[in-house]
Design a protein around this ligand. Structure first.
Ligand SMILES: CSC[C@H]1O[C@H](OP(=O)(O)O)[C@H](O)[C@@H]1O
Ligand SMILES: Nc1ncnc2[nH]cnc12
Length: 308
């Protein structure tokens, strides 16, 4: 029986350039076989100085072999939940759609515009006989975002490299793998987009379905392609800031994870998501297949009793 300290309540998802964390003691790796397959990388369990455990998962795999469209997000989220994770701190390399968000700056978005093309499985209920409609008006955990804003800003200020944190921003999630055209980039700005990436969806949707608190720390690598007299975004441009952003992200994680584990253990950050699916799942009918309920029990044991 795991003690409170041994529970892995916090998961970190690393994006492009962020394939490991620093200043943690390696405990073990686990690779849960979920009804949606294996996660993109084995999950590394590490301990913090207090003994609290965290789980780290590389979104694109340890050797970056999954493109944004092929990341097995259902397996990733289900695997994290299955080992006890309740709150996810995700990192992502993003393009900036605003002059004031310079490459090297960080942002914690509060809204998302979905420009993926429907080719990524985006629901645990997809392909089953069970229907659910999940609230997603606030796509990130409001409490976790608020909790992070002050802390991440403080770490960045103390670090002294002038990394600015932007708050209350809207992120466009595009399909990729190609970057946007100039016309698309300009259109996204007119829609109110501030940031752009290829990875926050369906990750955030699935975290919500799994009743996990989820927030994103977006690390700006480029200005995308909207600036009239500038070059368009290229991978080479992104790579210029990817490494230093990842170093800063590791520093942020190393500084706040201890307190994040404690807050998660106390349940302070989880109250919005916990129980949120109760009225999202359409009432049981005889037409719902038992095998589907068993599959969903892996990620939502609260509502589906597994008889497997
Ligand atoms: C390497 S540029 C495009 C790529 O970078 C971002 O990945 P992640 O969100 O995992 O950091 C972006 O979403 C694209 O997937
Ligand atoms: N400009 C951009 N568009 C989409 N995803 C990105 N990730 C980093 N920069 C990006």
């Amino acid at each position: 029986m795991a003690t409170e300290n041994e529970k892995v309540l916090v998961g970190v998802i690393g994006g492009s350039g962020l394939y490991h964390l620093d200043n943690l003691t390696f405990v073990k790796t686990v690779n849960p076989d979920t009804p949606w397959g294996y996660p993109s990388s084995p999950i590394t369990i590490c301990s913090l100085p207090s003994g609290s455990l965290i789980a780290f998962l590389a979104r694109h795999g340890p050797h970056h072999t999954f493109s944004p469209s092929t990341v097995p997000s259902r397996a990733n989220i289900a695997a994290l939940k299955s080992i006890g994770v309740r709150a996810i701190l995700a990192f992502s390399a993003v393009g900036s759609l605003r002059e004031e968000i310079a490459p090297g700056h960080f942002a914690i978005p509060t809204q998302i515009i979905d420009r993926t093309k429907g080719i990524r499985p985006a629901s645990f209920f997809e392909g089953t006989t069970i229907v659910a409609h999940t609230a997603f008006g606030d796509p990130f955990s409001v409490k976790l975002v608020k909790w992070l804003e002050g802390r991440v800003e403080k770490v960045l200020q103390e670090e002294g490299r002038g990394v600015v944190l932007h708050k209350e921003k809207c992120i466009i999630c595009m399909e990729g793998p190609q970057f946007s055209t100039r016309a698309e980039s300009i259109m996204y700005r007119s829609w109110g987009g501030d940031l752009i990436n290829m990875s926050v969806l369906p990750e955030a949707k699935l975290a919500r379905e799994a009743e996990l608190s989820y927030a994103l720390v977006a690390t700006a690598t480029d200005y995308d392609s909207w600036r009239p007299h500038s070059e368009v975004v290229t991978a080479a441009e992104v790579f210029k800031t990817l490494q230093s952003n990842a170093d800063t992200a590791r520093h942020v994680a190393a500084t706040i994870l201890e307190e994040l584990c404690a807050a998660t253990l106390q349940g302070d950050l989880l109250s919005e998501e916990k129980g949120s699916m109760q009225f999202s799942i359409m009432p049981r009918s005889a037409a719902q297949k038992e095998e589907d309920a068993q599959k969903l029990a892996f990620v939502l044991p609260e509502y589906f009793n597994s008889t497997a």
